[in-house]
Design a protein around this ligand. Sequence first.
Ligand SMILES: [Zn+2]
Length: 223
Amino acid sequence: MFDRSVYLLGGLSRHALCFMPCIVMNIQSAGTTIRPMHRLKEAIMPLPIGHTAIGLAAAETIQGEPSSGSRIEQFIFITVLANLPDIDTLIGLFLQGNGDVYHRGPTHSLLFALAAGYAASHAWRLWHRIPRFGFQFCSLLIFSHVAADMLLTASPVSLIWPLESNPGTGHSGWLDVMNMVLFDSFQDIGIVFVVIAYLLLLRIVRSGRTRQRLFAVVKKWGK
Ligand SMILES: [Zn+2]
């Protein structure tokens, strides 16, 4: 899965490079009253590409090998789980015509990550093409989205819902949401590069461990 992840992320980053001038313009046009940290968080707000990249990094770290599914099916499954909490935007658009009304509410919580993770780990029973991953893997993947929103953006999530709830207070119609997903995704380029660097580092560390283990086995046999 590692090579596939780096290959896919490489493609995403090449695509995102086309938008580099827009990033500079976006940061320059940000209000002067916004604090530097707040501005940085707004500039790296993860959208679907960023959440997918973070999800792939989480999947690679956890190494939850499925017992079924092709690589593309696994990639689609990971992408869906890594972006699942943002389903609240679609629900808001369909029910109220406002993507903000439920956004960052219950689906951006620990409880949702556990419940949806459990459901996702059993989804293979419904259709044979859905890869079979464990409960822990699925929950951590969904929680990677909540953690990324919590750590990388200025708006709060509802981590311990139902004890706290922080849904959006603004208004985003269909056009606003589509515009953000299609044209603001360049903001995720920084996340994609960091994830590629992390995956390469992970590979080096793991290959080093493998070499050490092999060396220990050969040494044992040599005695
Ligand atoms: Zn989100």
